[in-house]
Design a protein. Structure first.
Length: 113
């Protein structure tokens, strides 16, 4: 009987797509076996839990801006006039969008190569 240092077996079920991705990443890694590759991922890999809630806020702001721009464009096409209040509203929403984007980017983890 061989004296293995690893006595625990792990069985993982994968669908065809997952198996294809595993084999492609294994090949790219240059590692000798799936076992070595998976052990390396377990020991040194990262799991990211990214909060996308700020993206929802940004999408809402973008949708509001689009709606406001459409309303203003209709009014300008109908009357031939553009109002300062409309422009100020758009500028305010754009400021919120930029603030949200800066906040979102500052919260993202730095990717390690």
């Amino acid at each position: 009987m061989s004296k293995r240092t690893r006595q625990n077996e792990l069985k993982v079920m994968l669908n065809n797509d997952e198996l294809y991705i595993l084999e492609r990443k294994l090949k790219q890694s240059g590692m000798d076996s799936k076992s070595v590759f998976i052990r390396h991922l377990i020991l040194y890999g990262y799991v990211y839990d990214i909060d996308y809630s700020c993206l929802y806020e940004m999408n809402t702001l973008l949708a509001n801006t689009s709606n406001n721009l459409n309303q203003i464009a209709r009014r300008v096409n109908t009357t031939g006039n553009i109002y300062k209040d409309d422009l100020d509203e758009i500028k305010g929403i754009m400021e919120k969008i930029w603030h949200t984007q800066k906040s979102m980017l500052s919260q993202q983890p730095l990717a390690k190569q």
